[in-house]
Every structure is written in C-alpha cells, then in structure tokens.
Design a protein around this ligand. Structure first.
Ligand code: ATP
Length: 700
C-alpha cells in the first residue's frame, strides 16, 4: 500500500494554482487499481476539478498524466540519465551511496527509492508547495538546458524539485523524471476522462454564473474516486443517469476522433475552452503540418482467410513494401515556396532524415501548379539508384538520421504512395478508399528524376479482387518472390461483412465495414498477409528483452538465452513470455553482452525493474528499454509464463514456441511492445484455424 501525506493546508480551489500534491494523490489512486472504471473515474474527477478551479493546470496535468512533455511530433526529451536522479536523491536525503544501493536492491523502483529516502528527511524551513504548472515548467527547463554546464543545471533543478517534494510527490516526481510513471492510465482512458469531465463540469472560463447545476459535480476535494451506487436497479431506470451516459458516449467518440486527427493536448484544451465540446472538431480539425495517427493493418494467415473475412466485397491487394512508413505533409506558402513535413509511423518528425524526399515534393509542386496542399501515406523504400529495383530494409536503416545534407545521401529511396488523406484544403478521410486512390493516382503521377540518386515517387503495385482469384493468387506469388514482406489487402468500397461469431445464432449477423481512412484503427478493411504468416503464427511480436542466462559452450561469455516480455495494456507492466536463442548473429551477441554488461545501469543480478517473470528464473535482469521483433512457430499454454495469465486460462500463461530474433525495432518504444491481449488474440486465431483445418480434413 502506498502512503499519502497531504500538505497541512489543503487546496481550496478558487483559481489558485493547483498543487502537485493533488495530482500525486490521483496517481496514488491510479496505482492502486487495475479496474478501468476506477481509473476513468479518478481521471475524470481530477480533470473536472482542474477545469472548474484552475484551468491553466489542465494541459500540464494531461502531459504529466501521460508522462510526456509535448505532442509526439514535436518531441521534447528530458535528457537526464539515471545517475543525475540518483545523485539528486543522495544529496537531498543525505544517504551514503551504500545505503542508497541497498534501498535500490530492496525497492527495485527509483521512485520508491526516492519516497523511502525522503521519508526520513526533516526540513526545518517549510518549502512552498509544488504546483502542477511549476513541476511541468521545471521539466521543460530540464529539457531545454543545453551546452556547457547543462548537466549541472539539470541536476540543480531535479534537486530543487526533490527538496520541495513531500510524501508521495517524491515517488511520482522521480518516476516522471525517469519516464516510467507506472500507472495504468493509457491514452484512451485520459481522453475518455477529458470528455466526461467536459460533460460534467463547465470550465470556469465558460461559466455564465458561479453555480454549477450538474448533479455529478465534484468540488476541489482531494477525493478522486466515485463510489458506486448500491441500488443498481434504480440506476438503470434513472433517466438523468441514462442521459448522462449517452452524453458521455457521444463526447468520448468526439474527443477521441479529434485527438487521432490532431494529437495535441494544448490545442484540444484551448478548443474545448473556447468553443465547448460540440464545436471542437471545427476548432481543432485535421491540419496539414500536424500528423494524424495512421490506419493500422490486421494480421491474417492466408488468402483463404481474407476471402472468408471480406466475402464478396471488392478489395485491392498491394505489395507490402519493406521500408519505413512516411506520412508526408506539404503546402504551398504565399511566396510560392513549399513547406514539407515527413512523419514516421509513430509521428516523429523525420523531415531532416530525408532531404531528398523534400526535394521530390518541391518538384511535385513545380510540376503541378494546381497543387496547393496534401497529406499522403506512403512507404519509403531503399532502391538501386540506377534501375530503381528495391533494396533491403537494412540498407535504408543505414541512412543517417539528423542534419542530413542532400549531397551526403548515399542510399537512394523511392516513395511508394498508397493513400491520400488531404488534398488542396479538403479532408478526404470520409471518402471510400477507391475514391481516395483515384485522386492519388490522378494528382500524383509517378516521378523519376533525371538525376541519379534523387528520390522517386511511385504508386504501389496492386491487383484487384475483381480480376479474379487466380490473378490474386498469382500476385501473391510475385510478392513472395520479390523483396516485399507480403501483401496489404484493402477494402475498396464500404460494405457489410459477416460478424465473426462462434455461436449458431449470430452466424448470419452482418456488420458494416467502412472503407474510409480510420486513424489509429485496426479493422478488417486493412489486412496484412506477410510471407512468414503463412508458415508461422499470425504476426511477428514486438517483445522487450528483460533478462538473460549465462551462455554455455560456444556462447560462454555472452548472454544466451534472452528472456523476452510482452506488455499488459491494463497496467503497463511487462510479463515474461519466452526465452529466445535463435536468429542472433555472433556480432549481435557481442553487442548485447556489452550493452547489458553485468552490474551496469542496464543489468542487475537482482530484479530491479518491474517485470512479472512468473516461473522464469534468469541469471540477470535487464533494464527494459528496447523492443525486438520476434517470430515464432506457435503460441502455447505454459505453466511457467505469466504473460496473458487469466486471458485464456486462469492457471497458465502463454508462451511462444521456437522464437526467432528478426531485428531491433528502433522505431518502437516500450509502450508499442506487443500486449498480452494481442498475444491472446493470436492464440485464439491459431486455435480456430487449427479447428477449421481439422474440420476440413474431416470433410475430405
Ligand atoms: P503496425 O503498424 O500494424 O502496428 P508494424 O509497425 O509491425 O505494425 P507491419 O506489421 O509490418 O508493421 O505492417 C504495417 C506496415 O506495413 C505499415 O505501417 C507500413 O509501414 C507498411 N506498408 C508497406 N507497404 C504498405 C502498403 N502498400 N500499404 C500499407 N502499409 C504498407
């Protein structure tokens, strides 16, 4: 249980800045539960209290709750390592380094260490309370400290914060500083809570009178949970409650829809305060220059499965190129020059990495005077500069990332454009894919520059289901023989498909499947069929290395096997899933043995970093900080694994058989690692596949 001590003088609201203790209290409550309802209630009450009593704290609180300092496309990194935090804890608590090490070994979490270390410190002069906005500003100051003396400056700010932190504040401050907040509040919960807070509480800036007529109004109390009504029946028939629930549902859809098209908390908060919920989409629209979250593909295992899923609906099969996803934004400026932004799958701005793509886009605008602005979805692939043939993903990853000058570009690329979301001021998301693709093809003809080495533009190679099954089969074989990863199957027009259901009653139920561009969604309108799927499990997994054993024989002196983990989306915790010892080159073994050197800040004999290891007992534990792509033969129930425990079986977790390392996913962060739920989904797919095959065998 986590202790919590309030400041002696509680916050009374009334437009005085919100104390950080208020947020820390919410974080304590969030940490104590895994219930989604409790998480959303806590977040809702926290946000509505800020809405009502101190609006300037709202956006900083949203960033602090999501453990970020800025939108993903404008990353602000704290740039502090573990040693700055450790030194600060030591200075502030006066503990010796041995005592601190002992604390680390017993707590395992740096935030818990800070809490324990500070609990014995008595300050004679009371410090003014930390404020939400003040803490956020200090974090920005840490991030912006650059050049000579920056480390000292950062250390100074961290110490100042720690000196002023009381009770739980120290724990969450340090977890925030080490970018590992460990609360189960994921982005969707935060957005749900923001929507509900707006339904329940009119922001003070929008208030006409001082009274708040919402029956659910909560004042600036530091109580953050909503007690369930004991009389459930009464609740169901309570019309005002039903009305509120309907308003919640509408508001949640609206806020999430706005966020996935314009992921910026500052803009959304400003929009909500200026115009309220209803007019938020007009006020914060899809904007050229600000990336939207991309549509995602659902894994499938065979062409048969695709035909079964889509029925008679027309689709197109496209080559699935092995490169880097690029969302390209461009618009003409008043002086006829052109502004270009190029965003990655995770919305990082990678314009600088591809100056050749910027040049390509500028040529596009020169070639087409009618072109004013666009947003294109595409895959950038390394190519042979002479004949344009595709090269490997490895070659693309050899390109430098920052400050790339056009004359230094060694690896030529082709932009394979596959979707168009915005054209000349018009948002195209609601158009069916057939129409978006027609616009893409007519406005962006392929472009191959005369200059060797310049970037090229192509449409993706594709084949329509209307041309018959044989030609799709043939196209698949071409993809298998090429350098592609497989196929992407995309619905051309919206339609209805049969609901996936095992019950007889629901077997003929149909559900709509839109062919519109759906940001951040994984639906059957976009299916991926990878070459390896056909053999192995439905998809590769993105796993986190969390531990290892001492290698034997040829591998003596290296870490082998490596323990890998999935992430629970409910609470963000890692859970070990399998040991991996195949797919690694000797050079890679050496690299990871150096990266996770024994007793370094990345490797410890004690379980220092939170991970549910179940029955796995590795010799050492790794600091979880990277993601590896892993393929496997199949997923089995396992008595030692605690990954997905309770999702398929209450006694056994899931494990991956014959895991094979593919590559380091440098573009993925821990929160992008495959989840237990995803693993369980693959297991379910695999089982139903097996059953179907058995049924077919029986028919024969
Ligand atoms: P996901 O993006 O689905 O979370 P992931 O990053 O592991 O998973 P993959 O499973 O390899 O990616 O498949 C999706 C990716 O395939 C897209 O994000 C895109 O980069 C790439 N891709 C290549 N060709 C195409 C295409 N024709 N249409 C759409 N995506 C394509």
């Amino acid at each position: 249980p986590l202790a919590f001590s309030f400041d002696k003088k509680p916050w009374t609201g009334d437009n005085t800045p919100a104390p950080y203790a208020f947020l820390a209290h919410a974080l304590v409550t969030l940490c104590e539960t895994r219930s989604r309802i409790a998480i959303i209630n806590t977040l809702t009450n926290t946000l509505r209290t800020l809405l009502r009593y101190h609006i300037p704290s709202l956006a900083p609180a949203l960033y602090l709750l999501s453990n970020s300092l800025s939108p993903p496309y404008y990353p602000i990194e704290l740039g502090i390592g573990g040693s700055i935090i450790s030194k600060a804890i030591q200075h502030v608590s006066g503990l010796s380094s041995t005592a601190l090490k002992r604390l680390y070994n017993s707590c395992g979490d740096v935030g818990d260490v800070a809490f324990e270390a500070k609990s014995n410190v008595r300050t004679l002069v009371p410090h003014p309370p930390l404020l939400i906005s003040g803490v956020f500003k200090s974090l920005l100051d840490i991030a912006h400290a650059k050049g000579q003396g920056a480390t000292k400056q950062k250390q100074g700010i961290v110490e100042k914060l720690l000196v002023a932190a009381k009770g739980e504040e120290a724990r969450f401050l340090v977890r925030t500083l080490s970018m590992n907040l460990r609360v189960g509040a994921v982005r969707t919960s935060i957005l749900t809570a923001l929507a509900r807070a707006m339904v329940l509480t009119r922001p003070s800036s929008l208030l006409v009178s001082e009274s708040d007529d919402s029956p659910y109004f909560a004042g600036p109390r530091l109580v953050t949970s909503v007690k369930p009504d004991s009389n459930e029946k009464k609740k169901i028939h309570d019309p005002s409650r039903d009305e509120i629930l309907k308003k919640f549902a509408n508001a949640e859809v609206l806020v999430k829809k706005v966020f996935v098209q314009h992921p910026n908390y500052d803009h959304i908060v400003a929009g909500l305060l200026e115009c309220g919920l209803e007019r938020l989409p007009e006020r914060v629209p899809l904007t050229v220059g600000i990336p939207l979250l991309p549509t995602l593909g659902s894994p499938t295992r065979s062409l048969n499965e695709i035909y079964e899923l889509l029925g008679d609906l027309p689709f197109t099969a496209e080559f699935k190129y092995d490169g880097q996803r690029a969302q390209i934004h461009a618009w003409r400026l008043e002086n006829e020059s052109v502004s270009v932004r190029n965003f990655s799958r995770h919305l990082e701005n990678m314009t600088e990495k591809y100056p050749d793509v910027v040049l390509l886009v500028e040529h596009l605008f020169k070639r087409s005077p009618e072109l004013q602005s666009f947003i294109i979805d595409s895959e950038i692939v390394a190519i042979d500069p002479n004949d344009g043939s595709m090269r490997s993903f490895q070659e693309l990853s050899n390109r430098a990332r920052k400050d790339v000058k056009i004359q230094d570009v060694k690896v030529s690329v082709c932009v394979y454009a596959f979707d168009l979301m915005y054209l000349n001021g018009e948002v195209l998301l609601a158009y069916p894919f057939r129409q978006r693709r027609a616009l893409l093809r007519s406005h962006f003809a392929p472009m191959v520059s005369e200059n060797t080495g310049a970037a090229r533009l192509h449409h993706v190679e594709s084949c329509e289901s209307e041309t018959g099954r044989d030609s799709i089969d043939e196209f698949w074989m071409r993809a298998v023989e090429s350098r592609c990863e497989g196929l992407m199957i995309k619905l051309l027009d919206s339609g209805d498909v049969q609901e996936a259901s095992r019950s007889e009653k629901d077997k003929n139920r149909r559900k709509p499947l839109p062919a519109t561009y759906e940001p951040d969604k994984r639906t059957c309108a976009w299916l991926k069929l990878k070459k390896d799927y056909v053999m192995g499990i439905g998809d590769s997994l993105d796993l986190v290395p969390v531990g290892a054993w001492f290698g034997n024989g040829r591998k003596a002196g290296w870490w082998s096997p490596i323990l890998l983990a999935v992430r629970n989306s409910s609470d963000g915790k890692l859970a070990a899933v399998c040991k991996c010892m195949s797919g690694f080159s000797d050079a890679f073994y050496k690299e990871i043995t150096a990266k996770y050197a024994a007793d370094s800040e990345n490797c410890s004999k004690q379980p220092r970093w939170e991970c549910i290891t179940g029955g796995f007992k590795p010799d050492v534990y790794f600091r979880p900080h990277e993601v590896w792509e892993i393929r496997g033969a199949d997923i089995t129930l396992s008595p030692v694994s605690s990954a997905a425990l309770g999702l398929i079986s209450s006694a056994r977790g899931l494990s991956l058989r014959f895991p094979r390392f593919i590559k380091v996913r440098e573009d993925k962060k821990l929160e992008d690692a495959s989840t237990s739920e995803f693993l369980a989904g693959l297991h379910v797919n695999q089982q139903s596949k097996g059953e179907k095959m058995a049924e077919q065998d029986g028919d024969d």
